[in-house]
Design a binder for this molecule. Structure first.
Ligand SMILES: NC(=O)c1ccc[n+]([C@@H]2O[C@H](COP(=O)([O-])OP(=O)(O)OC[C@H]3O[C@@H](n4cnc5c(N)ncnc54)[C@H](OP(=O)(O)O)[C@@H]3O)[C@@H](O)[C@H]2O)c1
Ligand SMILES: *[C@@H]1O[C@H](CO)[C@@H](O)[C@H](O)[C@H]1NC(C)=O
Length: 270
């Protein structure tokens, strides 16, 4: 039975806090989702952002096991890219424009230098149904649906591009990496763009929701991202080329429209 840790995992955090005996065996896999992930919050506290987002404590803990052989699956971001072209590849230079992106680049470098068995997933916006125990933060598709369902006019950027990825594809990717490690036992040093197949603006995301729900697209006001001060720089076009992901794991991520349809179906009629 593989021993998998999803970090932050309440039980493990509790063990750390209480200095209870650690598990004797090192985990087979750790999926590191812990982060300060709100760019504006990161901008306000760079020191805290660096210390939380660079997993030095986690790797220190893992190194302490006699056979430190854990596969570290680490969630990074598309915001490592500068955002001045379309369809970034993994080998393109990373030029983050904000503290969040900088901390994620530092984390990637830390892991690549200090750990020999890892998969770094540069994820785009993750969307999908609400979790069984609802998360406190607002989810992108549900937020758009909420605004448009009230008949409110809202502004959406027409010039900021992402490749949103359906949450179940992220899970499939993590499962595929885990199975590969458990069955082959071969260490990996993987860096993967994790995005959906479609490059869309916020306005196109809203239009997709409107089409599926039957809302009027006249509620969607197109504005330029440069017209709004969000207290943090946001890269304009960080769409990603996902060829490496598709070829390495032989999976084909869900098209955006299909993912939105599945998300809204799970939410009911709103
Ligand atoms: N969601 C997306 O669209 C998206 C896109 C690209 C990349 N990512 C990356 O994917 C990962 C997960 O994202 P998310 O949206 O789930 O983020 P999130 O909602 O902000 O959750 C982050 C988690 O990290 C925990 N955490 C914060 N500080 C911690 C600390 N010092 N020690 C241990 N745990 C700590 C938080 O715990 P508490 O709740 O207890 O504070 C929370 O459970 C992050 O690395 C993020 O950068 C997410
Ligand atoms: C590797 O780990 C050491 C010790 O924690 C740290 O000082 C160093 O900066 C790390 N390397 C990178 C590239 O982050």
């Amino acid at each position: 039975m593989p021993f998998l840790v999803l970090w932050p995992f309440t039980l493990i955090c509790k063990l750390v806090e209480d200095s209870m005996p650690f598990p004797k065996r090192s985990p087979d896999v750790v999926v590191n989702c812990a982060a300060l992930s709100v760019p504006r919050a990161c901008e306000a506290d760079p020191a805290a952002t660096m210390s939380i987002n660079v997993p030095s404590t986690l790797l220190e803990w893992l190194s302490a096991f006699k056979e430190a052989n854990t596969l570290l699956i680490h969630l990074s971001t598309d915001q490592v890219y500068e955002g001045v072209k379309s369809f970034y590849k993994e080998d393109d230079e990373t030029i983050p424009v904000n503290v969040y992106g900088k901390s994620k680049v530092a984390a990637e470098q830390f892991i690549s230098k200090n750990w020999s068995n890892f998969a770094i997933l540069r994820s785009s916006i993750i969307f999908g149904p609400q979790t069984i125990s609802p998360v406190p933060k607002s989810l992108p598709i549900q937020w758009i649906d909420g605004v448009l369902s009230r008949g409110d006019k809202a502004e959406f950027f027409h010039d900021e591009f992402r490749c949103p990825v359906y949450v179940k594809d992220v899970v499939t990717i993590i499962q595929a990496l885990t199975s590969r490690w458990i069955s082959d036992g071969e260490r990996m040093q993987l860096l993967l763009n994790v995005g959906g197949p479609d490059r869309v603006s916020r306005a196109q995301m809203a239009e997709t929701v409107a089409h599926i729900r039957g809302y009027s697209t006249s509620l969607i006001k197109l504005v330029s991202a440069s017209s709004v001060d969000r207290g943090v720089r946001s890269p304009a076009d960080i769409s990603m080329d996902i060829t490496r992901l598709v070829q390495t794991l032989r999976i084909s991520p869900t098209p955006f429209k299909e993912g939105v349809r599945l998300t809204l179906e799970a939410e009911g009629s709103g």
